[in-house]
Ligand binder design. Structure first.
Ligand code: ADP
Length: 353
């Protein structure tokens, strides 16, 4: 290919790339080293509600006069050290009632590309879900308590051997299930939204020992042993919500007991990863394992896997959701390693403050 042909091909490629960037539904902003904006795609102009114009010396702050969301983006951008990649973050425009995930990527020659992806639909749905959850869990309690109260009085008024006694028993058992579900919804709401009251200087080994002592009778019933491997002298004192962290370990151990056969030991390990500034905890069992397709689902609220006979597990499907939510509220994260018939390892880490 001749030099002219190469130049023509390159310029065509450039043109196509530019068309593509302008056609994107996401807002794309290009920024040069000095903080000057070099590119705004069509999505940005239409969001700003103005016709495209020359970008002489524009910076993110100039965009903020159109919408405060860009001020938030500019703050994050200014807060970066210019070297390490910035974590994607969420920003909200109160004026436009829109939510975005913002990704900031550093290209070559100190050029930056900011992408604002509209997630308003998901966020609106989540807010709606939360509202419904709140309404259902709190406002259904009183009428349900009334139904239970009166239903439990009916048998006293019935003649002996009345078939209505069976009807009332069914009503009471159904209302009990509903109460259980409402309790679960309240737990979900609390764990998600209640402020975290942190305990300081928590000795992690003591916390684990307390939970293990509580779980041992359940394990013994299944002829299982809980083996704890913690290098106690290396563990730093932790700042965490003690009751919630007890729930996390209790749920992982309880699942390991529930989902593995008799006589198979369960191993809980915890150590201080000094390099990463984390405490890492793993619970390994030798149970049925989980398929990789289920990995993301099992952490969802109210998700229950299936037993080998195809029936849903008996639980409420909240244990792992609680584990993940609590750990993430402590700025940590969870993971899972598992294979069918080869047991599972559930792990989580917490930052050491
Ligand atoms: P629940 O145990 O009440 O069903 P969880 O949220 O604790 O709810 O777990 C969700 C699902 O994940 C379970 O129904 C089960 O299918 C699967 N699971 C959890 N822990 C294990 C484990 N250790 N081994 C195999 N499957 C597990």
């Amino acid at each position: 290919m001749s030099a002219e042909e190469q130049i023509a091909a390159l310029s065509l490629q450039n043109q196509q790339l530019e068309q593509l960037i302008h056609a994107l539904p996401d807002m794309v902003i290009g920024i040069a080293a000095a903080g000057h904006i070099t590119l705004l795609n069509d999505a940005v102009w239409s969001y700003l509600g103005v016709a495209p114009q020359p970008l002489t010396q524009w910076s993110l702050v100039d965009l903020a006069q159109y919408d405060a969301v860009f001020e938030e983006v500019a703050d994050h951008f200014a807060g970066s050290d210019g070297v390490s990649p910035l974590k994607p973050f969420e920003a909200r425009s109160e004026a436009h009632k829109r939510d975005f995930t913002v990704t900031i990527t550093r290209g070559s020659d100190d050029q930056w590309v900011l992408v604002l992806h509209d997630i308003s639909a998901q966020r609106d749905l989540m807010r709606f879900k939360n509202e419904v959850l709140k309404l259902a869990s709190h406002d259904l309690r009183s009428p349900l308590a009334l139904v239970i109260g009166y239903a439990s009085l009916i048998p006293m008024e019935l003649p002996p051997n009345s078939p209505a006694a069976d009807y009332v028993a069914s009503i009471l058992s159904a209302t009990e299930r509903m109460t259980g579900l409402l309790d679960a919804m309240i737990i979900v709401e609390q764990v998600r939204n209640a402020p975290l009251e942190l305990d300081r200087f928590v000795i992690f080994g003591d916390l684990v020992a307390e939970v293990v002592a509580r779980m041992e009778p359940q394990a013994a019933q299944n002829h299982q042993q809980i083996i704890v491997e913690i290098a106690l002298d290396t563990m730093p004192p932790m700042t965490l919500h003690r009751p919630y962290m007890i729930d996390v370990i209790e749920n992982l151990l309880s699942n390991a007991i529930k989902y593995s056969p008799e006589d198979r030991p369960i191993v809980l390990r915890a150590w201080h990863d000094v390099e990463q500034g984390r405490v890492v905890v793993t619970v390994r069992d030798q149970g049925a394992g989980i398929t990789s397709e289920e990995f993301s689902r099992i952490f969802e609220a109210f998700y229950r896997g299936k037993q080998p006979n195809g029936r849903r597990n008996d639980g409420r499907g909240l244990g792992l959701w609680l584990v993940k939510t609590i750990v993430q509220r402590h700025q940590g994260d969870v993971w899972i390693e598992s294979q069918i018939n080869d047991g599972s390892l559930f792990g989580f880490w917490l930052p050491v403050s």
